[in-house]
Design a protein around this ligand. Structure first.
Ligand code: DQA
Length: 145
């Protein structure tokens, strides 16, 4: 199966960026940890990071008919990007929203996710384990289809 993992703005700074909130792993370290932790490495998993809303929308469009599931951490776009929300609902690919931190226990503006309702699941506050959990859920979802 083929999966796409999208990380939005400022997530390229993971490891250096507010480690007390987001952990001390870089995005590359999270990627290799997730790869090593998956029991089955036959799946094709593409990791993509961008600081630009349009690039995130473009990669969701390109995924149509090509990937079996998307894991997305849209960073701050989570809280206000109706354009990313529309891209996810238009693509109609099972998508799981992941956040390293528990956005429901942070500032008021972070407690709103405009993409939540178009995702099959929201995983909060599990740091890197959230990505692994999301992938496993998508793999199982596709198995039962
Ligand atoms: C984040 C939470 C967002 O509020 C924030 O803007 C991020 C990271 C998380 O993974 O916890 O960039 O998505």
């Amino acid at each position: 199966m083929k999966f796409l993992i999208i990380n939005g703005p400022n997530l390229n700074l993971l490891g250096k960026r507010e480690p007390e909130i987001y952990g001390s792993d870089s995005l590359a370290e999270i990627e290799s940890w997730v790869k090593d932790s998956l029991e089955n490495n036959d799946h094709q998993i593409e990791w993509f990071q961008s600081n630009h809303e349009g690039e995130i929308i473009d990669i969701i469009h390109k995924a149509i008919n090509h990937v079996d599931g998307i894991v997305i951490n849209p960073g701050a776009y989570t809280h206000y990007s109706y354009a990313i929300r529309d891209a996810i609902s238009s693509a109609a690919i099972p998508t799981i929203e992941v956040h390293l931190s528990d956005i429901n226990n942070r500032e008021n503006f972070r407690q709103i996710s405009v993409i939540k309702d178009v995702c099959v699941r929201q995983i909060l506050g599990l740091r890197k384990t959230g990505y692994l959990k999301a992938l496993k859920l998508l793999i199982n979802l596709n198995k039962t289809d």
